[in-house]
Ligand binder design. Structure first.
Ligand SMILES: N[C@@H](CCC(=O)N[C@@H](CS)C(=O)NCC(=O)O)C(=O)O
Length: 334
């Protein structure tokens, strides 16, 4: 008989007892339980969606950088696996985090528990679409009349190789924040060490062990990607192209990317463009950089509007524990 959701969540939550990292957002009875990490791009997408929809939720901040097992904890991985019962795990790495290009990763954040529906939902895009349908469906962030356009645009954000430029340096110019330049080398080996520790705890559970083996293979592929200069050049070039293409799609007569109504993809672009800026990549639209000379003024204006959204401020700028970088100081008042 499958484990009951209550038991899986109780086991996951047992070590999560720091009140600052595990707290209720909103004043009503929380419908959702979210496992996330302050700096994680995929988690930020889910947080901004929850805030924009006015949902109440319990937020568990799983610090990916802590020496604790966190997202590799067997109880958490087991909870996540209930949302994807197959064994077709991600084992490769292209610098993206999209499930459609990479496959399912059993040991990452975010993960959402929807109590009334008694289910676990994984993958930021699927989670946000779920929240959008579950909360205030009359004010959908994917309005039916423009749904194909919104979904097409969402797929572009989802397939942007953000992870490559977080973990790896461009071989010619490492434009990233100082904290990444000093902190990222060796990260894949550190992750693999933690995953092996977690795997050893469940060596006699074949399905969990298989999930950890896939994660180890993925991290080895990730290390190879970010330490291969041509791969990193290609990932940065792809982001520059994505921004230039976005500039062409922005209609100067509309406030948002799919018209005058704010949609889910505007929230996703807010997170994506801010991450680029955080990483020192605002030159993607500002130009004037050795890696990109071309300005994208429509993206610059669009980004400025997105960064003023109250939901963006609440989910990213003011979200406790979200580290700043030297490239985004202007967005903070203190
Ligand atoms: N497709 C998934 C990808 C999730 C993902 O890659 N999460 C990253 C943070 S954005 C993570 O948890 N990384 C930690 C690790 O790999 O150990 C989603 O969008 O939710």
């Amino acid at each position: 008989m499958p484990d009951k959701l209550e038991n899986l969540v109780a086991a996951t939550n047992a070590p999560l007892n720091d009140p600052d990292m595990n707290r209720t957002v909103g004043s009503g009875t929380p419908r959702f339980e979210l496992y996330h990490f302050a700096l994680s791009l995929c988690s930020q997408k889910v947080r901004i969606c929850l805030v924009e929809k006015g949902a109440d939720f319990v937020a568990h901040d799983i610090n990916l950088q802590s020496p604790l097992l966190g997202n590799y904890d067997p109880a958490y991985v087991k909870l996540r696996m209930t949302a994807h019962p197959g064994t077709d795990y991600a084992t490769g790495y292209t610098g993206r985090s999209s499930v459609s290009s990479e496959g399912f990763d059993p040991a990452v954040v975010p993960t959402l528990v929807d109590w009334p529906e008694d289910r676990v939902v994984v993958d930021s895009l699927a989670i946000c679409r779920h929240i959008d349908r579950a909360v205030d469906p009359a004010n959908s962030l994917v309005p039916e009349h423009i749904a194909p356009q919104v979904l097409e645009e969402l797929a572009i954000v989802d397939a942007t190789p953000h992870v490559a430029v977080l973990y790896g340096a461009h071989p010619d110019i490492d434009f990233r924040p100082e904290r990444l330049k000093s902190g990222m080398p060796g990260v894949h080996d550190r992750k693999i060490g933690k995953i092996e520790t977690a795997r050893a705890l469940v060596a006699d559970d074949a399905s969990l062990a298989a999930a950890y083996d896939a994660k180890i293979a993925k991290e080895k592929a990730g290390k190879h990607h970010v330490t291969t200069p041509d791969n990193m050049r290609a990932s940065v070039d792809e982001i520059l192209r994505i921004v230039r293409d976005l500039d062409q799609r922005i209609d100067s007569g509309s406030t948002w990317i799919c018209g005058d109504q704010l949609t889910l993809v505007d929230l996703f672009w807010a997170i994506s463009l801010f991450r680029m800026k955080w990483l020192g990549m605002a030159f993607a639209w500002e130009g004037g950089h050795l890696l990109n000379d071309i300005q994208s003024p429509a993206v610059a204006n669009y980004a400025a509007r997105l960064f003023e959204l109250p939901s963006f401020k609440a989910a990213v700028i003011d979200w406790p524990g979200t580290p700043r970088s030297e490239f985004v100081s202007v967005h903070y008042s203190n």
